[in-house]
Design a protein around this ligand. Structure first.
Ligand SMILES: Nc1ncnc2c1ncn2[C@@H]1O[C@H](COP(=O)(O)OP(=O)(O)OP(=O)(O)O)[C@@H](O)[C@H]1O
Length: 276
Protein backbone atom coordinates (compact mmCIF):
# COMPACT_ATOMS: atom_id res chain seq x y z
CA UNK A 1 0.00 0.00 0.00
CA UNK A 2 1.33 3.42 -0.78
CA UNK A 3 0.98 6.64 1.15
CA UNK A 4 -1.69 8.95 -0.24
CA UNK A 5 0.36 11.07 -2.57
CA UNK A 6 -0.55 13.01 -5.61
CA UNK A 7 1.67 12.50 -8.61
CA UNK A 8 1.61 16.02 -9.89
CA UNK A 9 -0.26 17.52 -12.76
CA UNK A 10 -1.91 19.82 -10.19
CA UNK A 11 -2.54 23.50 -10.72
CA UNK A 12 -3.18 26.18 -8.16
CA UNK A 13 -6.87 26.07 -9.06
CA UNK A 14 -7.16 22.29 -8.78
CA UNK A 15 -5.34 22.32 -5.43
CA UNK A 16 -7.89 24.67 -3.94
CA UNK A 17 -10.30 22.53 -1.98
CA UNK A 18 -8.38 19.25 -2.60
CA UNK A 19 -8.46 16.96 0.45
CA UNK A 20 -4.75 16.12 -0.01
CA UNK A 21 -3.54 19.68 -0.46
CA UNK A 22 -1.76 19.65 2.92
CA UNK A 23 0.51 16.71 2.14
CA UNK A 24 0.45 16.75 -1.61
CA UNK A 25 3.45 15.34 -3.46
CA UNK A 26 3.07 18.02 -6.13
CA UNK A 27 4.25 20.48 -3.49
CA UNK A 28 7.42 18.46 -3.07
CA UNK A 29 9.70 21.42 -2.48
CA UNK A 30 7.90 21.99 0.85
CA UNK A 31 9.36 18.72 2.16
CA UNK A 32 12.86 19.27 0.85
CA UNK A 33 15.53 19.55 3.50
CA UNK A 34 17.93 22.45 2.91
CA UNK A 35 21.42 21.48 1.77
CA UNK A 36 24.29 22.54 4.00
CA UNK A 37 25.31 26.13 3.24
CA UNK A 38 28.78 24.89 2.23
CA UNK A 39 27.53 22.20 -0.15
CA UNK A 40 27.14 22.58 -3.87
CA UNK A 41 25.94 19.24 -5.23
CA UNK A 42 25.08 19.15 -8.92
CA UNK A 43 23.49 15.69 -9.22
CA UNK A 44 22.04 13.26 -6.68
CA UNK A 45 21.66 9.65 -7.82
CA UNK A 46 19.93 7.06 -5.61
CA UNK A 47 20.79 3.38 -5.84
CA UNK A 48 17.89 1.20 -4.76
CA UNK A 49 16.88 -2.44 -4.66
CA UNK A 50 13.59 -4.08 -3.84
CA UNK A 51 15.34 -6.64 -1.64
CA UNK A 52 18.55 -7.06 0.31
CA UNK A 53 21.85 -8.61 -0.65
CA UNK A 54 21.73 -8.01 -4.40
CA UNK A 55 24.94 -5.95 -4.44
CA UNK A 56 23.47 -2.46 -4.14
CA UNK A 57 26.41 -1.06 -2.16
CA UNK A 58 28.83 -2.57 -4.62
CA UNK A 59 26.99 -0.97 -7.53
CA UNK A 60 26.82 2.40 -5.69
CA UNK A 61 30.57 2.39 -5.10
CA UNK A 62 31.25 1.15 -8.66
CA UNK A 63 29.26 4.04 -10.13
CA UNK A 64 31.14 6.44 -7.87
CA UNK A 65 34.48 4.96 -8.99
CA UNK A 66 33.45 5.19 -12.63
CA UNK A 67 32.63 8.91 -12.31
CA UNK A 68 35.79 9.50 -10.28
CA UNK A 69 37.87 7.92 -13.04
CA UNK A 70 36.17 10.23 -15.51
CA UNK A 71 37.47 13.17 -13.49
CA UNK A 72 34.34 14.21 -11.57
CA UNK A 73 34.08 15.22 -7.91
CA UNK A 74 32.14 12.44 -6.26
CA UNK A 75 30.57 11.65 -2.90
CA UNK A 76 28.69 8.71 -1.39
CA UNK A 77 25.94 9.20 1.19
CA UNK A 78 25.53 5.85 2.91
CA UNK A 79 21.82 5.87 3.76
CA UNK A 80 21.94 2.19 4.70
CA UNK A 81 22.01 3.15 8.37
CA UNK A 82 21.56 -0.29 9.90
CA UNK A 83 23.83 -2.08 7.41
CA UNK A 84 26.51 0.44 6.44
CA UNK A 85 29.24 -1.04 4.26
CA UNK A 86 30.69 1.82 2.22
CA UNK A 87 33.44 3.10 4.62
CA UNK A 88 34.86 -0.40 5.11
CA UNK A 89 35.01 -0.99 1.34
CA UNK A 90 37.26 2.07 1.11
CA UNK A 91 39.30 1.13 4.22
CA UNK A 92 37.97 4.06 6.26
CA UNK A 93 37.74 3.41 9.98
CA UNK A 94 38.17 6.93 11.36
CA UNK A 95 35.51 9.20 12.83
CA UNK A 96 34.15 12.17 10.91
CA UNK A 97 34.93 15.60 12.33
CA UNK A 98 32.60 18.52 12.71
CA UNK A 99 32.62 22.27 13.33
CA UNK A 100 29.89 24.85 13.90
CA UNK A 101 29.31 24.84 10.14
CA UNK A 102 28.64 21.14 9.87
CA UNK A 103 30.18 17.68 9.62
CA UNK A 104 33.01 16.93 7.21
CA UNK A 105 32.73 13.72 5.22
CA UNK A 106 35.73 11.38 5.35
CA UNK A 107 37.83 11.42 2.21
CA UNK A 108 38.83 8.11 0.63
CA UNK A 109 42.23 7.56 -1.01
CA UNK A 110 40.79 8.34 -4.44
CA UNK A 111 39.23 11.59 -3.17
CA UNK A 112 35.64 10.27 -2.86
CA UNK A 113 33.81 12.01 0.01
CA UNK A 114 31.93 9.56 2.20
CA UNK A 115 29.39 9.97 4.98
CA UNK A 116 28.01 7.00 6.86
CA UNK A 117 26.67 6.35 10.32
CA UNK A 118 29.75 4.21 10.92
CA UNK A 119 31.87 7.36 10.75
CA UNK A 120 29.93 8.83 13.66
CA UNK A 121 29.87 5.84 16.00
CA UNK A 122 32.56 5.43 18.63
CA UNK A 123 32.59 1.72 17.99
CA UNK A 124 32.01 0.86 14.32
CA UNK A 125 30.93 -2.65 15.30
CA UNK A 126 28.12 -1.35 17.52
CA UNK A 127 24.71 -2.07 15.99
CA UNK A 128 22.36 0.80 15.23
CA UNK A 129 19.12 -0.06 17.04
CA UNK A 130 16.97 2.92 16.19
CA UNK A 131 13.39 3.20 15.04
CA UNK A 132 12.50 4.22 11.49
CA UNK A 133 11.80 7.93 12.07
CA UNK A 134 15.14 8.40 13.88
CA UNK A 135 16.99 6.64 11.07
CA UNK A 136 15.18 8.74 8.49
CA UNK A 137 16.15 11.88 10.46
CA UNK A 138 19.81 10.90 10.39
CA UNK A 139 19.68 10.50 6.61
CA UNK A 140 18.19 13.98 6.26
CA UNK A 141 21.01 15.30 8.46
CA UNK A 142 23.52 13.66 6.13
CA UNK A 143 22.19 16.08 3.53
CA UNK A 144 21.63 19.21 5.65
CA UNK A 145 24.49 18.99 8.14
CA UNK A 146 27.26 17.50 6.02
CA UNK A 147 29.62 19.84 4.21
CA UNK A 148 29.78 18.10 0.84
CA UNK A 149 31.57 21.04 -0.79
CA UNK A 150 31.54 21.03 -4.62
CA UNK A 151 30.32 17.70 -5.95
CA UNK A 152 29.39 16.73 -9.48
CA UNK A 153 27.72 13.52 -8.29
CA UNK A 154 26.42 12.39 -4.91
CA UNK A 155 25.46 8.71 -4.91
CA UNK A 156 23.02 7.61 -2.21
CA UNK A 157 23.27 3.97 -1.13
CA UNK A 158 19.74 3.24 0.08
CA UNK A 159 18.69 0.47 2.43
CA UNK A 160 16.88 -2.35 0.61
CA UNK A 161 13.12 -2.26 0.21
CA UNK A 162 10.57 0.53 0.07
CA UNK A 163 10.42 1.62 3.71
CA UNK A 164 10.93 4.81 5.72
CA UNK A 165 14.41 5.71 4.53
CA UNK A 166 13.90 5.54 0.75
CA UNK A 167 10.68 7.51 1.29
CA UNK A 168 12.56 10.16 3.29
CA UNK A 169 15.38 10.37 0.76
CA UNK A 170 12.91 10.76 -2.12
CA UNK A 171 10.95 13.43 -0.27
CA UNK A 172 13.80 15.38 1.34
CA UNK A 173 16.71 15.22 -1.10
CA UNK A 174 16.71 16.58 -4.65
CA UNK A 175 17.17 13.15 -6.23
CA UNK A 176 17.76 13.46 -9.97
CA UNK A 177 17.29 9.78 -10.72
CA UNK A 178 17.59 6.24 -9.40
CA UNK A 179 19.37 3.12 -10.53
CA UNK A 180 17.66 -0.16 -9.58
CA UNK A 181 19.88 -3.12 -8.72
CA UNK A 182 18.57 -6.63 -9.03
CA UNK A 183 19.57 -10.27 -9.47
CA UNK A 184 18.32 -12.94 -11.89
CA UNK A 185 15.86 -14.80 -9.67
CA UNK A 186 12.21 -15.59 -10.09
CA UNK A 187 10.93 -13.16 -7.51
CA UNK A 188 12.78 -10.34 -9.16
CA UNK A 189 10.12 -9.27 -11.59
CA UNK A 190 7.76 -8.32 -8.77
CA UNK A 191 10.51 -6.79 -6.64
CA UNK A 192 11.91 -4.60 -9.41
CA UNK A 193 8.40 -3.40 -10.16
CA UNK A 194 7.89 -2.39 -6.52
CA UNK A 195 11.11 -0.34 -6.52
CA UNK A 196 10.22 1.15 -9.90
CA UNK A 197 6.70 2.05 -8.82
CA UNK A 198 7.89 3.68 -5.63
CA UNK A 199 10.31 5.91 -7.55
CA UNK A 200 7.68 6.80 -10.15
CA UNK A 201 5.09 7.60 -7.48
CA UNK A 202 7.57 10.04 -6.02
CA UNK A 203 8.20 11.54 -9.47
CA UNK A 204 11.82 10.38 -9.51
CA UNK A 205 13.13 9.28 -12.93
CA UNK A 206 14.36 5.67 -13.13
CA UNK A 207 17.68 5.78 -15.01
CA UNK A 208 17.82 2.04 -15.55
CA UNK A 209 18.44 -1.39 -14.07
CA UNK A 210 21.69 -3.16 -13.23
CA UNK A 211 21.56 -6.92 -12.97
CA UNK A 212 24.12 -8.38 -10.57
CA UNK A 213 25.12 -12.03 -10.13
CA UNK A 214 24.14 -12.56 -13.77
CA UNK A 215 26.61 -15.42 -14.28
CA UNK A 216 29.92 -16.90 -13.17
CA UNK A 217 32.67 -17.45 -15.68
CA UNK A 218 34.29 -20.88 -15.42
CA UNK A 219 38.01 -20.21 -14.78
CA UNK A 220 38.96 -23.27 -16.85
CA UNK A 221 36.79 -23.16 -19.98
CA UNK A 222 35.44 -19.58 -19.84
CA UNK A 223 31.83 -20.82 -20.09
CA UNK A 224 29.26 -18.51 -18.48
CA UNK A 225 27.30 -20.42 -15.85
CA UNK A 226 23.93 -18.96 -14.88
CA UNK A 227 23.75 -20.25 -11.36
CA UNK A 228 20.74 -18.14 -10.37
CA UNK A 229 18.82 -19.17 -13.47
CA UNK A 230 18.04 -17.42 -16.71
CA UNK A 231 17.76 -13.67 -16.66
CA UNK A 232 14.42 -11.95 -17.20
CA UNK A 233 15.92 -8.50 -17.07
CA UNK A 234 15.37 -7.57 -20.73
CA UNK A 235 11.70 -8.52 -20.43
CA UNK A 236 11.22 -6.48 -17.25
CA UNK A 237 13.15 -3.48 -18.53
CA UNK A 238 11.16 -3.58 -21.77
CA UNK A 239 7.89 -3.73 -19.88
CA UNK A 240 8.85 -0.77 -17.68
CA UNK A 241 10.41 1.16 -20.55
CA UNK A 242 13.81 1.63 -18.87
CA UNK A 243 17.27 0.61 -20.10
CA UNK A 244 19.40 -2.23 -18.77
CA UNK A 245 22.53 -0.36 -17.69
CA UNK A 246 24.73 -3.38 -17.08
CA UNK A 247 25.03 -7.05 -16.16
CA UNK A 248 27.63 -8.04 -13.61
CA UNK A 249 28.94 -11.57 -13.12
CA UNK A 250 30.09 -12.84 -9.76
CA UNK A 251 33.70 -11.78 -10.10
CA UNK A 252 36.35 -12.89 -7.58
CA UNK A 253 38.53 -9.88 -8.52
CA UNK A 254 35.75 -7.53 -7.37
CA UNK A 255 35.14 -9.55 -4.22
CA UNK A 256 38.86 -9.33 -3.42
CA UNK A 257 39.10 -5.57 -3.72
CA UNK A 258 36.11 -5.30 -1.34
CA UNK A 259 37.55 -7.80 1.14
CA UNK A 260 40.90 -6.02 1.13
CA UNK A 261 39.17 -2.64 1.64
CA UNK A 262 40.81 -1.17 -1.47
CA UNK A 263 37.75 -0.05 -3.38
CA UNK A 264 39.47 3.30 -4.07
CA UNK A 265 41.42 1.48 -6.78
CA UNK A 266 38.57 -0.75 -8.02
CA UNK A 267 37.68 -1.00 -11.65
CA UNK A 268 34.33 -2.49 -12.58
CA UNK A 269 34.49 -3.15 -16.33
CA UNK A 270 30.86 -4.33 -16.40
CA UNK A 271 29.46 -0.88 -15.62
CA UNK A 272 31.94 1.28 -17.49
CA UNK A 273 29.65 2.39 -20.29
CA UNK A 274 26.90 3.86 -18.11
CA UNK A 275 25.98 7.48 -18.81
CA UNK A 276 24.52 9.31 -15.83
N1 LIG B 1 29.33 -9.21 -8.73
C1 LIG B 1 29.94 -9.48 -7.59
N2 LIG B 1 31.10 -10.19 -7.58
C2 LIG B 1 31.72 -10.47 -6.40
N3 LIG B 1 31.28 -10.10 -5.19
C3 LIG B 1 30.13 -9.39 -5.14
C4 LIG B 1 29.41 -9.05 -6.32
N4 LIG B 1 28.31 -8.34 -5.96
C5 LIG B 1 28.35 -8.23 -4.62
N5 LIG B 1 29.42 -8.86 -4.11
C6 LIG B 1 29.76 -8.98 -2.69
O1 LIG B 1 28.60 -9.49 -2.03
C7 LIG B 1 28.45 -8.84 -0.75
C8 LIG B 1 27.08 -8.15 -0.66
O2 LIG B 1 27.08 -7.06 -1.57
P1 LIG B 1 26.52 -5.63 -1.15
O3 LIG B 1 26.94 -5.27 0.24
O4 LIG B 1 26.85 -4.69 -2.24
O5 LIG B 1 24.95 -5.96 -1.16
P2 LIG B 1 23.73 -5.03 -0.74
O6 LIG B 1 22.65 -5.29 -1.73
O7 LIG B 1 24.18 -3.62 -0.61
O8 LIG B 1 23.39 -5.63 0.66
P3 LIG B 1 22.31 -5.06 1.72
O9 LIG B 1 20.99 -5.37 1.13
O10 LIG B 1 22.60 -5.87 2.93
O11 LIG B 1 22.58 -3.61 1.88
C9 LIG B 1 29.62 -7.88 -0.61
O12 LIG B 1 30.66 -8.49 0.10
C10 LIG B 1 30.04 -7.63 -2.06
O13 LIG B 1 31.37 -7.25 -2.17
Amino acid sequence: MSEEVNNGGCTEESCAGCAHAGNCESKKEDLRAPANAYSNVKKVIGVISGKGGVGKSLVTASLARMMKEKGYNVGILDADITGPSIPKMYGIHEQAKGTEEGIYPCIAKDGTRIMSVNLLLEDEDAPVIWRGPIIAGVVTQFWSDVIWDDLDYLFVDMPPGTGDVPLTVFQSLPVDGVVIVTSPQDLVQMIVKKAYTMARQMNIPVLGIVENYSYVKCPDCGKELRIFGESHIDEIAGELGVPVLGRMPIDPAIAEVVEEERFYEAKNPYLDEIEL
